[in-house]
Design a protein around this ligand. Structure first.
Ligand SMILES: O=P(O)(O)OC[C@@H](O)[C@@H](O)c1c[nH]c2ccccc12
Length: 272
């Protein structure tokens, strides 16, 4: 199963990381860094009322292969920002998604949006590394983390200023996550990471168990304005979209088509 393979890859990456990054040095460097940008806060007051957008910078995936040939991560991030994304998700896994840590670092220098490091986190060291490369939030995937690990990694992330987006795909995972937290960011992945099957009904089914004070993000396989309306009316407060945008030559146009336009401040003032 490919998720197991990914975890094996991550174990060896962590071993390698241990040779170059030590925790006390990481802590010192982090203490000298500027504060993070408030990933959750940005999603709680989205630019489009009613639906927050995390737009993803993703070149390839194990299920789809190469998604975008003409891939300039910095330009794509700028286009997302101009189109009114609230936050960005940047794939840093190289083996399976053709991402790079360096993409995130470079994007941070030119866009103001909060950034999620999208990777398969299994170890503390990857959390320190996420902060050091310039992330504002990390993804924690319940499918690969026992409940206690989830709790520890979330606490560590928060202790160094990172928000955590905790991802679930079924009720068993969600129940474990709710033992760790009843607030914060809960991502429902519409894609089954074992079979690659997707269905937006996963969001609708799990939303009924997500507490009001948590912020539910519907992830994966969202393509149209109708999809946004569907997950929105079923409890999603935000969406995480990659492929739909990455396949379109004009990213800004694609964002507007799916999400609608951001009404400018001047427009709103004129209405008042
Ligand atoms: O490209 P999509 O179908 O819009 O999906 C984006 C995002 O949800 C997906 O990339 C993702 C969700 N969870 C993950 C975990 C690891 C890697 C990738 C992912």
């Amino acid at each position: 199963m490919y998720l197991d393979r990914i975890v094996e890859t991550k174990k060896s990456e962590v071993q390698r990381l241990k040779e170059t990054l030590n925790i006390s040095e990481a802590k010192q460097r982090i203490a000298a860094m500027p504060p993070t940008r408030g990933f959750e806060a940005a999603l709680r007051s989205p630019k489009r009322s009613g639906m927050a957008l995390i737009a993803e910078v993703k070149k390839a995936s194990p299920s789809k292969g190469l998604i975008r040939e003409d891939f300039n991560p910095v330009e794509l991030a700028q286009a997302y920002e101009a189109a009114g994304a609230d936050c960005l998700s940047v794939l840093t896994d190289s083996e399976y998604f053709q991402g790079r840590a360096e993409y995130l670092t470079r994007i941070r220098e030119v866009v103001k949006l909060p950034l999620l490091r999208k990777d398969f986190v299994i170890d503390e060291l990857q959390i320190y590394e996420a902060r050091l490369i310039g992330a504002d939030a990390v993804l924690l995937i319940a499918a690969i983390l026992p409940t206690d690990r989830l709790r520890q990694l979330k606490a560590l992330a928060e202790s160094i200023g990172l928000d955590a987006l905790i991802e679930v795909h079924n009720k068993e995972e969600l129940e474990r996550v709710l033992k760790v937290t009843d607030h914060g960011l809960i991502g429902v992945n519409n894609r089954n990471l074992h079979t690659f099957e997707t269905s937006l009904t996963v969001t609708a089914e799990l939303a009924t168990y997500v507490p009001e004070q948590a912020l539910l993000i519907s992830e994966s396989a969202i393509r149209t304005a109708e999809d946004i309306a569907y997950v929105g009316s079923n409890g999603a407060k935000g969406v995480l979209i990659g492929e739909t945008f990455m396949r379109r030559p004009d990213i800004g146009e694609a964002v507007t088509e799916v999400m609608g336009a951001v009404s400018s401040r001047i427009d709103t003032e004129e209405v008042r």
